[in-house]
Design a protein around this ligand. Structure first.
Ligand SMILES: [Zn+2]
Length: 343
């Protein structure tokens, strides 16, 4: 009776193993036969204790042999299936490759911005972000540009309907006083970002453009520090032979203020069409932060000084890539954008 049962288990299990197609199938069979609770062979072995004497010895031996045989068969099947699976993974290197999925590219202004962020953060400047919808106070008042100041005319912008005190920032300088109030002195930070002007657009004017503002405030900060930083940026952008020229220029929020130029990267200073034969290109505005601005930032101008500079990221990108129409940057024109892959 018991022998027949074992024979039956043997036949059934071997047939199942032969039909198994996956490792999971093998596992199921193993569970069915050797499972602790209801395994067919497990149950049969348990029943051995009810048999007596010689028969028990004989059947016991047979059951153990069957156990070994089935375990071996399961293991062999497992190995064979794994080999089969591995063989199916071998690929043909002569097969033509699948077409590459189209990938996007970084915007030329993003490339310039990331490059400057790298070099400036290596100099110790932290990178700050700021609101594009700004208050009149931070954009103008705190920067020494009161309501009646003529500088407001050249920085007309977009206002929120019904809220004359909220506007789209006209420069990233609006973060200066915010940062001074937040961090106090000493502080070194740069603020890259989008700025806005309400003006008629043409090849050289756009309602949206990008700037990068930088400033450093602390004890004994002098114009020499400013010059050193500007020189480092210019040399990073246009090579070690680049020279800078600083000439007085008025900005309400600095005193003294300068117009920063670099030797033209195309003619190396000898004069060409791009630099209008001057040998120099204007790329930044800068100066020592005005006492009124430091005071607006809750700092005492008797104790701390600082410098600030602004770069037009849009202008830098136009110069670097020879782009002659500023409107292309906001055009979403894929054939324009896909030309820029790396810096
Ligand atoms: Zn030139």
């Amino acid at each position: 009776m018991m022998k027949q049962k074992l024979d039956h288990i043997r036949k059934e299990t071997l047939a199942a193993i032969a039909a198994a197609k996956t490792a999971q199938d093998i596992e199921k069979i193993e569970q069915k036969v050797f499972g602790r609770k209801n395994g067919t062979l497990t149950e049969s072995l348990k029943m051995l204790k009810d048999i007596s004497g010689e028969v028990r010895k004989e059947v016991g031996q047979k059951a153990n042999e069957l156990k070994d045989e089935l375990q071996k068969a399961l293991e062999n099947a497992r190995v064979a299936l794994a080999e089969k699976e591995e063989a199916s993974l071998v690929f043909d290197i002569s097969e033509p490759s699948l077409p590459r999925a189209a990938s996007g590219t970084l915007h030329p202004i993003t490339l310039i911005q990331q490059d400057l962020e790298d070099v400036l953060s290596s100099m110790g400047f932290m990178i700050l972000d700021g609101p594009e919808l700004e208050s009149d106070f931070y954009n103008f008042e705190a920067l020494n540009i009161p309501t009646t100041h003529p500088a407001r005319d050249s920085q007309d912008t977009f206002y929120v309907k019904g809220h004359s005190t909220w506007l789209m920032r006209t420069h990233t300088s609006s973060m200066q006083v915010r940062a001074l109030r937040e961090y106090g002195a000493p502080v070194m930070a740069v603020v890259p970002g989008r700025c806005f002007r309400n003006e008629a657009t043409d090849a050289r004017h756009e309602h949206t453009f990008f700037q990068l503002e930088g400033f450093m405030v602390g004890e004994n900060i002098t114009f020499c520090h400013l010059k050193g930083v500007l020189e480092a940026i210019a040399k990073h952008l246009y090579g070690p032979d680049t020279r800078i020229r600083l000439r007085p220029k008025y900005y309400p929020f600095v005193e003294p203020g300068v117009n920063g130029e670099v030797t033209c990267m195309f003619c190396k200073g000898s004069g060409c069409r791009l630099c209008k034969q001057t040998g120099y290109l204007e790329i930044f505005g800068a100066g020592m932060i005005h006492n009124s601005v430091l005071r607006a930032g809750n700092l005492d101008p008797e104790k701390v000084q600082g410098f600030a500079f602004g770069l037009g990221l849009t202008r830098l990108a136009m110069l670097k890539y020879g782009i002659d129409d500023i409107r292309l940057f906001e055009s979403q024109d894929f054939s324009f954008l896909s030309q820029f892959t790396s810096i």
